[in-house]
Ligand binder design. Sequence first.
Ligand code: ADP
Ligand code: MG
Length: 230
Amino acid sequence: IEQSAYQNDKLAMLGKIAAAIAHEIRNPLTSIRGFIQLLLPELTRVGKEEYARIVIEEIDRANHIIYEFLNSSKPSTPDKQQVKLDHLLAEVRLLFESEAIMKGCDIELAHISPALVVCVDVKQMKQVLLNIIRNSLEAISGVARKERGMIRITAAEHHAEVIICIQDNGPGMDYHTQSKLFDPFFTTKLEGTGLGLAVSYRIIRNHGGHIRVDSEVGQGTRFKITLPLC
Ligand code: ADP
Ligand code: MG
């Protein structure tokens, strides 16, 4: 399932608008956050620290959304460097360690050949992997289930390309969702932005790679990222 040039333009345009307004919104948010923190001792004394916590949480959520929008406006040429794929994946996996335990989900990283080296913008590539793994975790914890949640990450070389697979045993997706999931703003979540995969798609394309999805309702989902070997 391919994303059209039109959708890509839409994302680039959105990015420009977002960049223009984002920092105007960020500055006041930062001062609101700072002042609430200053008020925290007073609020705690009168037993209202819960309100402060909610305000801070909501500001962080707003900031997160702005951050995602901003990322869709990043220049299209990645700042590439050679990295060992096993290290990169291990680092990303570590970021989810505590969250996975909390959600009763195993994130399994297969043995990856230390010889696999990719030329990537590390920040962008991490963002892609975080977006995909976060979606899997959200999919797994969003439904009642019998078996334990499992996300499996593998990577291998194939015809001068590197293929990274991220597979989960979540609820999977119907065809409609699969055909839309790389569209900017497409989301099935109450609080989703619908930007994670649109941005990921663009990043991978800018690296000369591909991203594809394979999913079946009730079975799970597999994302397959193909990147040129270094
Ligand atoms: P968001 O997470 O904000 O909804 P994304 O672009 O990250 O936006 O994902 C778009 C949609 O794709 C999600 O709302 C969800 O419906 C679907 N999706 C993505 N990954 C998975 C997955 N692993 N399992 C099931 N559905 C998924
Ligand atoms: Mg997402």
